[in-house]
Design a protein around this ligand. Structure first.
Ligand code: HEM
Length: 354
């Protein structure tokens, strides 16, 4: 993971300006391929590009209306079907190649081959990639946007990372991605709490749209309401996330909302935060996502001086509007946000955020 992140950043070059959400998405896509059992695709950048294009098309076709009225033959729906076929073909070739190589590797693809579950491989990998990429990439990018507007938190984060690098001996490293791989994940978890608070606050802000579910089982009755088979149910996350009894002063950016004490205080109300899902199907990738974002942040700060700018390359003065045409995910901004960066000469993050 660290190597893929480092290589992704290095590909930016020494200085420049790039579309933040796009470039972050590219890195997280590559990082997530092994998580979805598709590490073989990372051998060839052409395959990675092809897969990214397929996923962009699949996502384009995942609008709320496409979900609720799947029989309407729109051009995006047609492109989605073609993309599904391209994905199937790529996965099929991969399975064939692995089967003919006759090697026993401990990865998700091999497990599915061993369990004779190959037909599920494409669906399985695609589901994990869908769950993993857009949410993590957009959450990381939004976290940078909010930090740009809340310098006190950016400074706290920078101090925390500096301390982490000193305590772990990484401050003297000339190859951070290589040497950080020796640090136990529990140490990264434990020593990087500020970024976790900020991420949860940003997720809380960004995940207040509707969660849509379809009853694919038998008809059920909940609290006296009859839900027929096939019916859609919509739950507005804002009902919880904007409830001032649970989250006082929602207009203030306050990551301490997610401190252990405040989380404990909300426990008496039952489920209050559903940014990571809830109940029987919470996010299984939460820890991976938190680690990815922590590593992305450390390496970005260690490698580059950076600031965020708007499309006219002026400092980003307002938090951009969110594109809300997709379901189930942390969406991107309506207008692109750019990152202007210049490579640093040493690992210290002391001045990295100026
Ligand atoms: C910031 C990043 C992420 C966010 C905000 C997020 C959020 C969520 C949410 C809200 C759900 C519940 C959806 C539902 O109720 O149907 C969910 C489920 C899931 N997530 Fe994540 N996720 C993130 C990253 C990841 C990553 C990195 C992975 C995989 C490596 C992942 C894998 C999954 C899977 C497999 C499920 C389905 C669990 C189930 O149905 O039992 N997620 N995620």
């Amino acid at each position: 993971m660290l190597r893929a992140i480092g290589t992704g950043y290095d590909a930016w070059g020494d200085e420049g300006t790039k579309d933040l959400f796009r470039v972050v998405n590219e890195i997280i896509f590559t990082v997530s391929l092994p998580l979805a059992g598709c590490q073989l695709f990372t051998r060839d950048p052409k395959d990675v590009k092809e897969l990214m294009d397929i996923f962009a098309r699949l996502e384009e076709g995942s609008t709320p209306s496409a979900l609720i009225f799947p029989w309407i033959p729109t051009p995006t729906r047609f492109r989605r079907i073609i993309a599904g076929l391209r994905l199937y073909r790529m996965m099929k070739n991969l399975v064939k190649e692995r089967e003919s190589a006759e090697v026993d590797v401990d990865d998700p693809l091999q497990n599915l081959i061993n369990e004779y579950l190959i037909p599920r491989y494409g669906t399985c990998s695609a589901t994990i990639l869908f769950a993993a990429v857009a949410n993590t990439a957009n959450l990381f990018a939004w976290t940078l946007v909010y930090l740009e507007h809340h310098r006190e938190w950016k400074n706290r984060l920078r101090s925390e990372i500096e301390l982490f690098l000193q305590d772990t001996g990484l401050a003297a490293s000339d190859n951070l991605e290589r040497d950080m791989a020796d640090i136990p994940l529990s140490v990264i978890d434990e020593k990087l709490q500020v970024i976790e608070l900020v991420m949860n606050e940003v997720l809380w802000l960004q995940s207040s749209g509707p969660f849509v579910r379809r009853n694919i089982g038998d008809p059920i009755t909940i609290d006296g309401v009859h839900i027929p088979a096939g019916a859609f149910i919509m739950f507005p996350a804002a009902d919880l996330h904007r409830n001032e009894e649970l989250f006082p002063a929602p207009e203030v950016f306050d990551p301490t909302r997610f401190s252990p004490e405040n989380i404990a205080r909300r426990k008496e109300f039952g489920t209050s935060f559903i940014g990571w899902g809830a109940s029987r199907h919470p996010c299984v990738g939460k820890r991976a996502a938190l680690l990815e974002v922590k590593m992305m942040t450390i390496l970005l700060m260690a490698k580059y001086h950076f600031e965020l700018v708007d499309t006219a390359k002026s400092p980003l003065l307002v938090i951009p509007a969110v594109k809300v045409d997709r379901l189930f995910k942390v969406c991107g901004p309506v207008e692109p946000v750019n990152i202007r960066f210049r490579r640093r000469n040493s690992t210290s993050v002391e001045t990295a955020c100026h």
